[in-house]
Ligand binder design. Structure first.
Ligand SMILES: Cc1cc2nc3c(=O)[nH]c(=O)nc-3n(C[C@H](O)[C@H](O)[C@H](O)COP(=O)(O)OP(=O)(O)OC[C@H]3O[C@@H](n4cnc5c(N)ncnc54)[C@H](O)[C@@H]3O)c2cc1C
Length: 386
């Protein structure tokens, strides 16, 4: 029992379904996928068949119509088995599907949202660029209107699921060089790899999360029908920021899954490994480490779940969401570091899972807003309420 908040019967069932699937179909293969930087699409497809790619989409659009809390319970289970699979699930559910659900036209929902909710199409999110990360509003990819089409040129960086996704929710400038409108000059487009001028660029070689492909997108006179713009022209940045409020909860759940897995491995190892005639678990220094690890996992989870429950009641959770992501990601980094320490030399070896967990934890402090950006959001919200 991990949760402090009560779970409904349905929530318990979905959590158990995710846990059983993750233990059988993901965890045993995670080290090999990491080693080979291999993205296992069949696992994503099976998650789709189980409904896990449409968790937050209403049933009328072929989703499961679940609440945020239930979604995060399932996501933690997947992340505890493999953070790389979890990021594909998190981005898909939190960003492109939510954006099309909130701002898409009826036709866009039929064409993209519904197959995404059924798990037939995988979604990705393309905001970052080589020169625009934390300062995403400075992005440069440029669209120019040409009749019923937009012609787009530019490069997107570090797109998770790049090269494997079917739908890329992409932020592009649609203002003109002579009349720049800052964040209000950015629009969101639903791009697909079949469009002329769309190419997958460099695939990154990463420290962790190696089974999640991270690629560039290169647009060379890409032509997209104007009907693929999402919502209103000039609102894409606002849509992206509002969606990231939600996305951060997914990254917090991912971080908790990683930290929990590290805690479980360290607890089991400390019971087995003997030094000086005693199991490590009987050494107080190790007990204190395990206690502090368990505390941080529990505190991260309590904050995230309370935030999700508030969100499901309709409360605006920008500040608590940033706190959840910040605390869970920094805790995951700390907990995985302790886990490596408890494993000693073995913890540094690829033969044992804590090495991968340590590498995977780091990115949760970076993407969907770095820890510094989360602190900025939290501090800004302190003043916005006064
Ligand atoms: C594995 C991976 C997957 C990713 N997936 C996606 C994806 O699917 N889609 C997507 O759009 N992007 C994705 N990203 C990009 C990610 O969101 C950015 O890396 C992140 O937003 C930070 O931007 P940056 O790397 O350019 O760092 P920078 O913005 O250059 O920041 C560098 C450092 O300066 C700090 N800093 C910057 N501004 C401030 C400030 N105002 N005050 C204090 N400190 C500051 C940062 O916190 C950081 O420590 C991914 C990144 C990685 C590593």
């Amino acid at each position: 029992m991990h949760e402090l908040l009560p779970l409904t019967e349905e929530q318990r069932e979905i959590q158990a379904l995710a846990r059983d699937f993750a233990r059988e179909h993901i965890a045993p293969f995670a080290a090999d996928w990491d080693e080979r930087s291999h993205f296992e699409r069949s696992v994503i497809d099976r998650l789709g068949e189980l409904g896990f790619l449409g968790m937050l989409v209403p049933e009328e659009h072929d989703g499961l119509g679940l609440d945020t809390y239930t979604y995060l319970l399932a996501l933690e289970e997947i992340a505890a088995a493999d953070a790389s699979v979890a990021v594909a699930m998190s981005v898909h559910n939190s960003l492109p599907t939510q954006m099309i659900l909130r701002w898409g036209s009826a036709e866009q929902k039929r064409e993209y949202l519904e197959p995404m909710a059924r798990g037939e199409k995988l979604g990705a999110f393309a905001l970052s660029e080589p020169e625009a990360g934390s300062d995403a509003a400075s992005l440069r990819a440029q669209g120019v209107r040409d009749g019923d089409e937009w012609v787009i040129n530019g490069t997107k960086s570090w797109v998770s699921s790049g090269g494997h996704a079917d739908v890329y929710l992409t932020m592009v400038r649609t203002d003109t060089p002579s009349r720049r409108r800052g964040a209000r000059g950015i629009s969101a487009f639903i791009l697909t790899p079949d469009l002329p001028g769309f190419a997958i660029g460099k695939k990154e070689d990463k420290m962790g999360l190696r089974a999640s492909p991270t690629t560039e997108l290169v647009f060379d006179n890409l032509r997209v029908p104007a009907s693929r713009m999402l919502g209103e022209e000039g609102s894409g940045f606002v849509y992206a920021m509002q969606s990231l409020d939600h996305g951060r909860l997914g990254i917090a759940a991912q971080a908790i899954g990683i930290a929990r897995a590290a805690l479980e491995h360290a607890t089991a190892y400390a019971a087995e490994r003997k030094q000086f005639g005693k199991a490590l678990r009987d050494l107080q220094a190790i007990q204190f480490k395990l206690a502090d690890m368990a505390l941080r996992v529990a505190a991260s989870r309590a904050l995230l779940h309370a935030t999700a429950a508030a969100k499901d009641r309709g409360v605006r959770t920008t500040q608590f969401g940033a706190m959840s992501k910040l605390f869970a990601s920094e805790s995951a980094m700390w907990v995985t570091n302790q886990a490596v320490q408890i494993f000693g030399g073995y913890g540094y070896m690829k033969e044992y899972p804590v090495e991968r967990l340590f590498r995977d934890a780091k990115v949760t402090e970076i993407y969907e807003g770095t820890s510094e950006i989360q602190r900025i959001v939290i501090a800004r919200e302190l003043y916005s309420h006064s």
